[in-house]
Design a protein around this ligand. Structure first.
Ligand SMILES: [Zn+2]
Ligand SMILES: [Zn+2]
Length: 339
């Protein structure tokens, strides 16, 4: 089968690999849609992603949906031809975090298209992917394969929203209007937030947020941008920007919650005394747990809308060009690979 492998920074090439076989409890999926994620871009731009440094070429792609091609022994409830969404999380299942339901914190997590585990697990920028049957969720009526490839980032957004407690009736700030910020916005709308502001220096992201239902947009670099803004009960830092995190902390109400979902540099300076004297709750949010199927059903039921998020679709054989386009970040929200 053909697979696009990341060899290093700005270097993705097609290669032939052996077709995967369905082992017991596993299925082989033909990916149909793959979303390009911020972490894929980190790998593409730098050759690594944070602490995850690839030791050998591997295929990116963890936001994907597809069609079952074959099933291994012992698999029930799935048959070849089924359309499925794939939850890319493969935790160990036995450690303390796994046993208490916080499996996103599992130190032995394996994740599609990630160099976080060794051997690295090839993702969906390949013609075929072997996946555990339990990770494959047959699509209910109301959601198609293209939308299903957005369920991974939607799960990230829903997990982040869970960190803030009850958003209903609250005044909320989202710093960063990329796909995760926009999805957090849509989840908050569905869950009854009162008033949502999205800040982003990029006019395209701001305009997109207005169309996605933001009450207010903010250019954080404009003079006096923050001076007339009333304090927020909840802030989501989805930009991965130290300045954005500082702005979010400065803009909090007393007793507010700040959820960190963007990937920040290792060390940043913060208005730390405000965390103390406003009694702020700083919450981290990493990947997601126990939310993928719920996300799928909320989309299928029309409660969370994903329309418009995919701004560009490229065929499988244009994966390198699609990565370049994502890297350029010009009027791009989510780019999908269609196989
Ligand atoms: Zn992702
Ligand atoms: Zn574990």
């Amino acid at each position: 089968m053909k697979a696009y492998l990341l060899h290093g920074a700005l270097d993705i090439r097609a290669e032939e690999r052996p077709d995967p076989e369905p082992m017991p409890g596993m299925v082989v999926v033909e990916p149909r849609f793959t979303g390009i994620c911020g972490s894929d871009l980190h790998y593409f731009r730098h050759g690594y992603c944070g602490k995850f440094v690839p030791k050998r070429p591997f295929a990116l792609g963890h936001e994907f949906s597809g069609v079952i091609r074959s099933i291994g022994s012992g698999v029930t409830g799935l048959t070849p031809g089924d359309e499925v969404a794939i939850d890319p999380s493969m935790p160990c299942g036995t450690c303390g975090h796994c046993r208490t339901g916080r499996y996103n914190l599992c130190a032995d997590m394996r994740y599609f298209g990630s160099a976080s585990c060794d051997p690295h697990l090839d993702g969906s920028m390949a013609r075929l992917v072997a996946a555990p049957a339990r990770n494959c969720h047959r699509l209910p009526p109301g959601i198609g394969l293209a939308e299903a490839s957005l369920l991974e980032p939607l799960s990230v957004a829903m997990h982040a929203v869970r960190q803030c407690g009850q958003p209903a009736g609250k005044r909320i700030l989202i710093t960063g209007g990329g796909p995760i910020g926009q999805l957090i916005l849509r989840v908050l709308r569905a869950f009854g937030a009162l008033d949502i502001t999205v800040s982003d220096p990029d006019p395209f992201a701001r305009q997109f947020a207005l169309q996605s239902g933001a009450d207010r947009i903010l250019d954080p670099t404009a003079p006096d941008a923050w001076s007339t803004i009333a304090p927020f009960d909840i802030c989501f830092e989805a930009a991965g920007s130290p300045v954005a995190l500082s702005n979010a902390i400065l803009a909090t109400n007393r007793g507010a919650t700040v959820v960190l979902v963007g990937t920040l540099p290792e060390e940043v300076s913060l208005p730390a005394n405000l965390i103390m004297n406003r009694e702020l709750n700083l919450r981290g949010s990493f990947r997601f747990a126990n939310v993928f199927e719920e996300a799928m059903h909320l989309v299928a039921a029309g409660i969370i809308r994903l329309d418009g998020l995919v701004t560009h679709v490229h065929p499988f054989d244009e994966i390198p060009q699609a990565m370049e386009l994502a890297n350029a970040r010009q009027n791009v929200m989510k780019i999908q690979i269609a196989s």
